[in-house]
Design a protein around this ligand. Structure first.
Ligand code: ZN
Length: 344
C-alpha cells in the first residue's frame, strides 16, 4: 500500500510502498478514505526538536482520519466490516493506576497513532477495536477526518461549566476556532477569541456565529471587554496558544475564582506570575487529548444535534499531491486541510 512515511531524519515526508498492516485478534483494519493534517504532523514534517525527540524513523505518520472497516480480528465483536469509522489516536495500556481505574486519557503508557505507532496517512490502518469509533453510513467522511482535533476542542471547552459564562479563548488555530463554536453551542454568553494573526481571526468569523475577534497586536482587550458590556472578568479561560503574552493577558482579565483550561503547549518554558493565580483564586486544568470515551460521546451528540464544522475545512488535495498540501500548511493560511486517500 501507499503511505506517507517519515523516512529520513530531515525535513519532509515521502510517499512509499509499505506492507498492509497485519491485524492482531483484537484489531480492526481500516481502509482510509480521508485524512486531515494536524499541527503535530507539521512538527514531524519540519523535523523540529520535539519531533526529533519523539518520533522514531521510519514511521508512517498521521492521526486524523475517516475510513471504512475492511477486516476485523478474530476476537472483535463491537465493530463490523463495512462500517464507516474514525478512531481515537491514543492507544492506552492496561497496567497503570489510571488505566485500571478507567481514566484511560491519563494513562502514562499511552502511545500515539502516527507519532510512535504506525499512522493513518496510508491506504490502511490497523487499530485496536477499543479505539474504533463507528459513525453510521451517512456520516460526512470529511468531518470524520477532523473529529480528533474537534475532540480536543470539545474536551477543553467542556472542562468547565459554560452556561451563561463569559469565555476568553487565546489562540485562533483550528482548535481554538472550533472551541469558540462549541462554546456558542454549549450556551456561553460572551465569547472572545484572541490571536495576533488577522488571517486566522477573519477565517474564524466564517466558522463562528457570535464570537468577538480581537487582534491583541492592535486592539486593547480590556477596551473590547467594556465595549461588549463586560464589567468584571472572564469566568472561563481556554488557553490554546502556548504563548506567554496570551497567558499573561488571560491572568489579567480573569474574574476572581475563574476557571482556566490549558491546551496550548509552550515551545519552551516561561515564567508565570503565580501571585496572580493565588490572589485571584484561579483554577488551572491541563488538558491532554480527549477523554476516552466521554469526549467522543459528547462530540458526536453535539454534531447529531446540529454542530456543523464543515466550514473548518478550507482545502482538499489528492493524497498523491501531499507536497502541495504541506507547502500550503506552511503558509499558516488554512483551516483544516484534507487529503483524499482514494486518490493515491
Ligand atoms: Zn491532531
Amino acid at each position: 500500500m501507499k503511505a506517507l512515511v517519515k523516512a529520513k531524519s530531515e525535513k519532509g515526508l515521502w510517499m512509499q510502498d509499505v506492507p498492509v498492516p497485519e491485524i492482531a485478534p483484537n484489531e480492526v483494519l481500516i481502509r482510509i478514505e480521508r485524512t486531515a493534517i494536524c499541527g503535530t504532523d507539521m512538527h514531524i514534517y519540519k523535523w523540529d526538536e520535539w519531533a526529533q525527540n519523539n518520533v522514531p524513523v521510519p514511521m508512517v505518520v498521521g492521526h486524523e482520519y475517516g475510513g471504512t472497516v475492511e477486516a476485523i480480528g478474530s476476537t472483535v465483536t463491537r465493530v463490523k466490516v463495512g462500517e464507516r469509522v474514525s478512531g481515537e489516536g491514543h492507544v492506552v495500556g492496561n497496567r497503570s493506576r489510571n488505566a485500571r481505574a478507567g481514566r484511560f486519557h491519563l494513562d502514562p503508557d499511552t502511545k500515539g497513532i502516527g507519532v510512535n505507532l504506525p499512522g493513518a496517512f496510508a491506504e490502511y490502518l490497523a487499530l485496536p477495536e477499543f479505539n474504533v469509533i463507528p459513525l453510521g453510513d451517512d456520516f460526512d467522511i470529511e468531518i470524520a477526518a477532523i473529529l480528533d482535533p474537534l475532540g480536543n476542542a470539545v474536551h477543553t471547552a467542556l472542562a468547565h461549566d459554560l452556561v451563561g459564562e463569559d469565555v476568553l479563548i487565546t489562540g485562533a488555530g483550528p482548535i481554538g476556532i472550533m472551541a469558540a463554536r462549541v462554546c456558542e453551542r454549549a450556551g456561553a454568553r460572551r465569547i472572545v477569541l484572541t490571536d495576533i494573526n488577522d488571517w486566522r481571526l477573519d477565517f474564524a468569523k466564517t466558522v463562528t456565529r457570535r464570537t468577538t475577534m480581537v487582534n491583541t497586536m492592535d486592539q486593547d482587550l480590556k477596551a473590547v471587554m467594556s465595549d461588549i458590556g463586560m464589567t468584571e472578568g472572564f469566568d472561563v479561560g481556554l488557553e490554546m496558544s502556548g504563548a506567554k503574552p496570551a497567558f499573561d493577558q488571560m491572568l489579567d482579565t480573569m474574574l476572581m475564582g475563574g476557571q482556566m483550561a490549558m491546551l496550548g503547549i509552550p515551545a519552551s518554558p516561561y515564567p508565570v506570575d503565580l501571585g496572580k493565580i493565588v490572589g485571584k483564586a484561579l483554577t488551572l486544568k491541563g488538558i491532554y487529548g480527549r477523554q476516552m470515551y466521554e469526549t467522543w460521546h459528547k462530540m458526536l451528540a453535539m454534531i447529531d444535534s446540529g454542530l456543523d464544522m464543515k466550514a473548518m475545512i478550507t482545502h482538499r488535495f489528492a493524497a498523491r499531491d501531499f507536497q502541495d498540501a504541506f507547502d500550503l500548511m506552511e503558509t499558516g493560511k488554512t483551516g483544516k486541510v484534507i487529503l483524499d486517500w482514494t486518490q493515491v
